[in-house]
Write a protein that binds this ligand. Structure first.
Ligand code: PLP
Length: 354
């Protein structure tokens, strides 16, 4: 049975309801002047030829999307997508607790608790709860499960009826490949079960300030997906009504056009590769200095961050003496580093640990 079986159809929004009322009206003289959208002389909406052409370029949709089992709503970047998903679950999912990784992105606990979910504690006895998973490039550790481990996680979660909620904020930054980085989510979608995914385009398209993101809820049937979508609208309407259009149009243009998609993949790979080369350079610089300790985790970790292992005091020392700023848990963003600044960082780390 679907875990969303008890979700009921939400009432229409009063303003948008004008069109619904119009559609129901059987009169031959009916006229809808409620909606400010372009209509042809025949009163029909116009699909521009160029839009139709662009749409045809949209290839390789996932079967779950073709089966209309996935409801997707544009949200305010990754954070907004997490929040909308959490608010929906707080209202409509029978379990109100969510398990988040430890450690995890500092904003996660706040997003989920303010949305009305409780943070799960006693893991062993848990069934049916929600589990937050970083789709790839775990923040802050830079350590992801292997494909085999993802499969074990999937089997364990499905056997306990745990609901996966993926946070995908760094797709492309783990392996340099968008498809490979979507592997964890696709594994869960492939078994036909439910899951949620919060997608951010902030980092992988460099559109931080545009706040482009999407929440997708994969359901078991198209009928459930329709009802879930109606409830998502009820979450969003009183929160910010509608998302901004500009950044999303840029993302949509890139995703729909084969050539632009390829170009994006190449540019994204270049970003990922530069980060990887920063890892190697920092590692080499520490080895060259004979800095005490094993620093191989710097090259083993993936994604944007290195979880250095430096403690709060060492971080404070590096800020005070070397003017290097990072979160107090010792996490450094490799993306902020360059060949020019690696020696300075290596000097600082060396001084902090000796
Ligand atoms: N999830 C994780 C793990 C993150 O690190 C971030 C950003 O730092 C986000 C989600 C949300 O990013 P944004 O709201 O900017 O898309």
């Amino acid at each position: 049975d679907s875990v969303f079986a008890s979700v009921v159809q939400a009432p229409e929004d009063p303003i948008l309801g004008v069109t619904v009322a119009y559609n129901k009206d059987q009169s031959p003289v009916k006229l809808n002047l409620g909606v400010g959208a372009y209509r042809t002389e025949e009163g029909k909406p116009l699909v521009l030829n160029v839009v139709r052409k662009a749409e045809q370029m949209l290839v390789n949709d996932h079967p779950a999307i073709q089966e209309n089992r996935v409801t997707t709503v544009q949200c305010l970047s990754g954070t907004g997508s997490l929040r909308v998903g959490a608010e929906f679950l707080a209202r409509h999912y029978h379990e109100k607790s969510i398990y988040i990784p430890q450690p995890t992105w500092g904003n996660h606990p706040k997003v989920f608790t303010l949305a009305g979910l409780a943070l799960g504690r006693s893991w062993e006895r848990t069934i049916r709860a929600i589990v937050l998973l970083h789709a790839c490039a775990h923040n802050p550790t830079g350590v992801d499960p292997t494909s085999d481990q993802w499969e074990q996680i999937r089997q364990l979660m499905r056997s306990k009826g745990l609901l996966p909620f993926f946070d995908s904020a760094y797709q492309g930054f783990a392996s340099g490949n968008l498809d490979a980085d979507a592997g964890s989510i696709r594994l869960f979608v492939a078994d036909g079960g439910e899951c949620l995914a919060a997608q951010s385009y902030a980092k992988n398209m460099g559109l931080y300030g545009e706040r482009v993101g999407a929440l997708s809820i994969v359901c078991k049937t198209a009928d459930t997906a329709t009802r879930v979508e109606s409830q998502l609208k009820l979450v969003i309407r009183p929160m910010y009504s509608n998302p901004p259009i500009h950044g999303a149009s840029i993302v949509a243009t890139i995703l729909k056009d084969g050539d632009m998609y390829t170009e994006w993949s190449v540019e994204l790979k270049a970003m990922a590769d530069r980060i990887i080369s920063m890892r190697q350079q920092l590692y080499d610089a520490l080895c060259a200095r004979g800095t005490p300790g094993d620093w191989s985790h710097i090259i083993k970790q993936i994604g944007m961050f290195t979880f250095t292992g430096l403690n709060t005091n060492q971080v404070a020392f590096m800020t005070k003496e070397y003017h290097i700023y990072m979160t107090s848990d010792g996490r450094i963003s490799m993306a902020g580093l360059s060949s020019r600044t690696v020696p300075h960082l290596a000097d600082a780390i060396h001084a902090a640990v000796t």
